[in-house]
Write a protein that binds this ligand. Sequence first.
Ligand code: PMP
Length: 392
Amino acid sequence: MNNRQLFLSHLAQTTDFPLMLEIEKAEGVYMYGPDGKSYIDLISGIGVSNVGHRHPKIIHAIQSQLEKYLHLMVYGEYIQSPQVQLAKALCETLPPSLNNVYLVNSGSEAVEGALKLAKRFTNRREIISCINAYHGSSHGSLSVGGNEIFKRAYRPLLPGIKNVVYGSFGQLDEITENTAAVIVETIQGEAGIRIASKEYFQALRKKCNETGTLLILDEIQAGFGRTGKFWAFEHFDIVPDILVCAKGMGGGMPIGAFIAGQEVMGVFKNNPLLGHITTFGGHPVSSAASLATIQIIQNEKLLEKVDEKAELFKKLLVHHKIKSIRNKGLMMAVEFESFEVLKPIIDRAIEKGVITDWFLFCDDAMRIAPPLVITHEEIEKACNIILEAING
Ligand code: PMP
């Protein structure tokens, strides 16, 4: 059997529409098939390769760590240099109140940890989250997700979850002294790039302060430079109580984190109650890659160029079939009439060498989230191909 047949017969499927492209190598913004055909990856493996595929500094960091050790012990026991150096570097990107980092393996696990932490710290049980939110696929993170169709088959899920409309001032009164936490994607990703106003975030922060509710911001998709700031919440002049990140954090390696202040995080260390335990969380190779990712974003000044690159996409992607473009930096949704219009465009673009996608909860918009290192020439090339694909 060839790899295509093995994919279909032995690898568990997750969708009716797998991309089914065989990729043999990836470098920078490009991915290459076995026949040498090249593709511009405009989705960064869905928000992961923010610094490009196989950035040489990440490869170097991984190789150096391979020479030392792989796994030693469950997270939180031995002092491992990649983990502590990463935690320090992360805290240096953040306001001083977010100074304690819990390293895990993935976005969903980071959300699980954040929810448990909020319950434990506040001794409350109710959680508020948003309609059309995506926070992950494990039971807890699915429970705070905001899509009924996704949740239906898995009920009963966590009790005490209320969904409100993202960005709605009217529903802030749902937050009361019974609410342990409000979990919000700073920018809703899978809903098709929805951006609430600064005034909303400030009112949300105020309401959480008044009721003693913890504000959890999920920046698994929006963090690590994607929007032009290191963290998306910097656009809104607020600071969360718990921040969750993953995806772009590892520069292509699996890692996630939930980050809080010492006081909040401190409740997890009190025996005999279990806090959160993870065997592989903050794997040293992933931590080394993540530290390199932070350094690349800073040293290559990637944030400074995000807005001008986004503007170039918006200038070039003009076509009567494109209804609108929603974006914060290089987190973009290009809206079409319907999925029926969009799907063949995505297929033709792949055929011509550009990879895009739609969103889990928004299938009439094209996802564009390229590596932040993409050049102007690569943007022009990709946009020309998308326009050709639109024209058929
Ligand atoms: N939150 C958000 C906003 C996400 O976009 C995702 C992944 N799409 C997750 C959580 C879950 O992350 P993971 O797939 O690493 O579990």
